[in-house]
Design a protein around this ligand. Sequence first.
Ligand code: SF4
Length: 512
Amino acid sequence: MPQSADRVLDHGPLFREPEYQDLLERKREGFECPASAVDVEAQNEYSKSWEYREKNLAREALVINPAKACQPLGAVFAAAGFEGTLSFVHGSQGCVAYYRSHLARHFKEPASAVSSSMTEDAAVFGGLNNMVDGLANAYSLYDPKMIAVSTTCMAEVIGDDLNAFIGTSKQKGSVPQEFDVPFAHTPAFVGSHVDGYDNMVKGVLEHFWNGKERQPTAKINVIPGFDGFCVGNNRELKRILNLMGVDCTLLQDASDQFDTPSDGEFRMYYGGTKLEDVAAAINAKATVSMQTYCTRRTLDYAAEKGHETASFHYPLGVSATDEMLLKICELTGVMIPDELTLERGRLVDALADSQAYLHGKRYAIFGDPDFVYGTARFLMECGGEPVHCLATNGTKPWAAEMEALFASSPFGADGKVWQGKDLWHLRSLLFTEPVDFLIGSSYGKYLERDTGTPLIRLAFPIFDRHHHHRFPLWGYQGGLRLVTTVLDKIFDKLDADSNVAGKTDISFDLTR
Ligand code: SF4
């Protein structure tokens, strides 16, 4: 065999060795009863046609590769943004392994969460005993400051009542009566991870704010929303707000939890919004969200408590950052400092420098509703044309906002919004109405391979490239990173399309 202690091969080259190729071929022929290569090729070609696209878009009873995760994943991410908080998911263990691995593979950091490990008996008799034992174990083994409880499908289908279960667990002594155990029901069969995020943040605020009297201050709260780039974005946001002199509380900040240093000490809990700050945040003048569709219920709750509210759509680029900063100025009475004005000018300069390459490029974008909106807006600002904008977890109001965005600029003339569609739909769209580039998560790499559309990785999850999340996309500085990422792909494609010596190398250029 080709593998030996003296010559250790990575799995890529190993499985390309003749022995493995032969073995895989015999397995295919012997066990998989494959259709003929001719038939497979014919079906593959048919799946690229307009006729297939119409059938595909009419599909109702099946979802293939949805660009979303389930609610509890968003709740686990949300809980990671609070000081000393352990996520406790009431339900089955395998689901929680999925959230942990999804977050760990994206951030390249351990992602802690426990489950109440419900099995068949709990599904029949209810999961109260699992909650009582689970909370006691989690409290004594992992020494958290707070345990944030959410639910998987299983607990929701049988109708377990978290409020009652947590109350009973406290009575039975699983955790002290005064110990903080906020909770959120996060039924995974409706909505997506952005709703789970919303429900969990609201659950935490309700835990600390319900029954409290607000003593108004001039401070504001800022909620970042579910964001795979939280490490870079939240730090950039704090830097900007600090430069502006804004007195604020970042409500839910996972930037440190998902970026712990390697210095010999394992930090199960690191950073996050301090619990006393969460409690005091009821007194804020206003609550501002960086992502509208991640925080609809939370903002409604803040408004009920008397806060002014405002929300944005994942602010990327010049005009979206302007809008965000001006709103914060309006709410707080601060002025925009010269340093930020300089940064703005530098971003405008960079966009102007690269205008010839950015202008007229056509894009497909997929991801969460706010991300898709923010990215489309930024591309239009650069003279790019968003053509296919797809959010599996997009809603009708989101689709209407996207249409209004397209209508606001000539660059939106060909824009189409695909609400509730999945990545198999997007494959049909890319074959029948091709674009120059695809923007989304790592899952787009299969579309890139199938359709030849180069993928720009800017959305959660990014598994197959490292460290992107450490750099911000928000703000003027983030805009520089964003435009550089897009341009790198544009130039890579230009080089690849013009690299045949003596034939296509007229534009194989060292100076751009
Ligand atoms: S959809 Fe339901 S079963 Fe699947 S991971 Fe989410 S909670 Fe678990």
